[in-house]
Design a protein around this ligand. Structure first.
Ligand SMILES: Cc1ncc(COP(=O)(O)O)c(C=O)c1O
Length: 373
């Protein structure tokens, strides 16, 4: 008799999909986790050129082409003043695979993984798939994760803790002192810090810091990718970086589940990372304007809104029944509990959609708010 593994039976399809399916076709979708911009033209062209020249037909090196990994390394040097050897990078099928590699390579059966609650849905699922035990940690009022809360949650069985700044679903950005503390905790407790930095380039107030900039040990691995920064979610191109010994272990997993990332996507990503970066800044400036529009609109309705400092999400506290009122009026928002138990009482709104749609959605959300008052 065939059965399913206990690991897979512990996870389910993301609740976010269910929300989409419940809404009508003409609904305004504030549920999306991808920028509403085209991928850079030069990235698309690089892939087309590579395909036409017959350069994208074969497997590449397991880690990805040297040129792509050099381009990633240059970005770290220019953006964060971090020296990352191209040798210590594996390119992956999005940040998603990078997170999977980090978990598979570092988490043993029964070991604990600490992560933010509310947090990105994959942290819980990937922990379970690796045989680990999820340890969700509630956030501060401003929706950042408190390093002290991470430290308190650490036990003898902790394999890793995940941090995610700027954050999904919160839009919260950890200040420098917290990021320094993440690095110190990883060093002092000898646990792995998995830093998910896929929203690195969308910080409106303050700056982005990575625990890798501050750690003395090699206990930090960083996950990132082209999906958000260059609006290339469909290309499935991310990466993980860490010390040589950690990369070697993660490569063992990658080699067998993926072999290498899609070659055309690698050419596109190399062009995106090496070409002009003003597209990224333009997207970030647009998100910042929309953030202000949405936060002002929600506050005018009388909702309590922790001001997001990055990414393209906002997570207001909402009255009971609010999400359903929005959905029935044709605005898709995601209930906070889709991101963990402590998300209850919140909703996640993505403002990766046009200003016109956002204004229309705000008017509808105002009606929804009045209906539940
Ligand atoms: C926090 C976070 N990490 C990782 C990912 C994975 O993105 P991708 O696999 O497209 O790079 C996402 C996507 O929504 C995300 O929000």
């Amino acid at each position: 008799m065939t059965t399913f593994s206990n690991r897979v039976e512990q996870i389910s399809i993301s609740g976010i999909r269910e929300v989409f399916e419940a809404a009508g076709d003409d609904a305004i979708n504030l549920g999306l986790g991808q920028p509403d911009f085209p991928a850079p033209e030069h990235a698309r062209e690089a892939a087309v050129d590579a395909i036409e020249a017959g350069k994208a037909d074969a497997y590449t090196e397991n880690k990805g082409t040297v040129e792509l990994r050099e381009a990633i390394s240059r970005r770290y040097s220019e953006d964060l003043d971090l020296e990352i050897s191209p040798h210590d990078v594996i390119t992956t099928a999005g940040g998603s695979e990078a997170l999977h590699l980090a978990m598979e390579a570092h988490v043993d059966e029964g070991q604990e993984v600490i992560f933010p609650d509310p947090g990105f849905v994959a942290y819980d699922a990937l922990t379970k798939l690796a045989g680990g035990k999820p340890v969700p940690v509630p956030l501060r009022e401003d929706l950042t994760i408190d390093p002290a809360a991470i430290e308190e949650a650490i036990t003898e069985d902790t394999a890793a803790f995940v941090v995610n700044s700027p954050g999904n679903p919160t839009g919260a950005v950890s200040p420098r002192e917290d990021v320094e503390a993440f690095a110190r905790i990883a060093d002092e407790h000898d646990v792995l810090c998995i830093s998910d930095e896929v929203y690195q380039h969308f910080v409106f107030d303050g700056a982005h810091y990575s625990p890798m900039q501050f750690a003395d040990s090699d206990n930090v691995v960083v996950v990132n990718g082209c999906s958000k920064a260059y609006s290339m979610t469909g290309w499935r191109l991310g990466w993980v970086t860490g010390s040589t010994r950690r990369i070697e272990r993660m490569l063992r997993v990658h080699q067998y589940i993926q072999a290498c990332t899609s070659a055309p996507a690698q050419f596109a990503a190399e062009a995106a990372l090496s070409g002009p970066q003003d597209v990224v800044q333009e997207m970030s400036d647009t998100f910042e304007e929309r953030r202000d529009l949405v936060v002002d609109g929600l506050e005018e309705m009388g909702l309590d809104v922790p001001t997001p400092k990055g990414a393209f999400y906002v997570m207001p506290k909402v009255p009971e029944g609010w999400v359903d009122e929005c959905l029935s009026r044709g605005v898709i928002v995601v209930p906070g509990e889709a991101f963990g138990e402590h998300g209850e009482g919140y909703a996640r709104l993505s403002y990766a959609t046009s200003t016109e749609e956002l204004e229309e959605a705000l008017a509808i959300m105002r009606e929804a708010t009045e209906a539940v008052r």
